[in-house]
Design a protein around this ligand. Structure first.
Ligand code: NAP
Length: 294
């Protein structure tokens, strides 16, 4: 159960930044943490504040911080080694390693939607070595990670095929993908567009979609998944678990500032409705990103 309550202000370590939270991006991992699904992966401590994405203003810095200053607008993927003091809060302390300053012209609400999903997409591009001329299949292309993955692959000069329900196909085309419906017609739909197979599979859903790799990937193709570590390795592929990286996040935000990476906001919730924001994510059909504004 999620409730809004008062807790002590966070401690600010020597290389930490205290952020006055304006926006907290919502990701599926947040409802999974609240449900207890990650207890085998990280130590958890109660009371637990969910949330791994943040954008806001720097209101204090530890004595070893030189990269940002009071009053700077910043964003961060704020995952730590222990799960407790998350971003669905008025204040959060984050290691400066994870923090990026907002370039001029980036809307703070957009910035709060970028960190986890944007970094995941960028790290998938590197893991699968997406390059100009590749045909890239992105499963679940219309979600948080998928929307960024499609755009980043297009920026690298790839041709992108993206899966989503029929109602998402206009949205996927707007991102730069050729849409294919998931489900029974998936393999035929992709083969119609890429008869020789695709060069890269980016798997954001697992299950039947990832299993179809054997029918869809070209002989020299690469595959990366963020969902199923075991299955992707059967195809000789890479499992990616997104890492905080302030420098890489800064690069993504510059793309946003330049207008070549767009952020689509599906829904905004006030902090008091954090439970509804988690439920919206859990329903599994978010188009773009859900955010909490504080
Ligand atoms: N390992 C990592 O580091 C990492 C990082 C980020 C996320 N993840 C995980 O990766 C998954 C995706 O994350 P996300 O933030 O992109 O989620 P999301 O935003 O909730 O994804 C929603 C999208 O999934 C699509 N979808 C639902 N069922 C589908 C299916 N059977 N086939 C294809 N698409 C389907 C929906 O399309 P329609 O609305 O058109 O149905 C919707 O656009 C989640 O399980 C998340 O926990 C892992």
């Amino acid at each position: 159960m999620v409730e809004v309550t008062d807790v002590d202000d966070p401690l600010v370590g020597p290389d930490y930044v205290l952020i006055d939270v304006a926006v907290a991006g919502v990701n599926p991992v947040d409802w999974k943490i609240v449900a207890g699904y990650l207890q085998g992966a990280f130590p958890h401590h109660l009371p637990l504040i969910p949330g791994w994405d943040v954008a806001g203003e720097v209101v204090a810095v530890g004595p070893a911080v030189t990269e940002v200053a009071l009053g700077d607008q910043v964003a961060a993927y704020a995952r730590k080694d222990h799960v407790q003091n998350g971003t669905f809060a008025e204040l959060v302390a984050v290691s400066v390693r994870s923090v990026a300053k907002l370039p001029d012209g980036v809307d703070i609400v957009d910035a709060g939607a970028v960190p986890l999903a944007g970094l995941t997409a960028a790290q998938l591009m590197d893991a699968a070595r997406v390059a100009a001329g590749d045909t890239v299949l992105v499963h679940a292309a219309g979600g948080g990670v998928g929307s960024f993955a499609v755009q980043l692959a297009v920026l690298r000069g790839a041709r992108v095929i993206g899966t989503g329900s029929a109602s998402s196909h206009d949205y996927l085309q707007g991102l730069g993908a050729e849409p294919v419906e998931y489900g029974d017609g998936l393999v035929d739909g992709v083969r119609n567009l890429a008869p020789a197979g695709v060069d890269v599979v980016i798997d954001l859903i697992g299950g039947a979609a990832l299993a179809a790799t054997s029918q869809l990937l070209s002989a020299e193709g690469r595959v990366a998944s963020i969902v199923d570590a075991d299955a992707v390795k059967e195809f000789g592929g890479r499992y990616v678990f997104v890492r905080p990286d302030g420098v890489m996040l800064g690069g993504l935000l510059r793309h946003v500032a330049d207008g070549d990476l767009r952020v689509h906001l599906a829904e905004r919730f006030p902090l008091e409705r954090a439970g509804d924001a988690l439920a919206a994510s859990k329903a599994g059909h978010v188009r773009g990103k859900v955010v909490i504004t504080v």
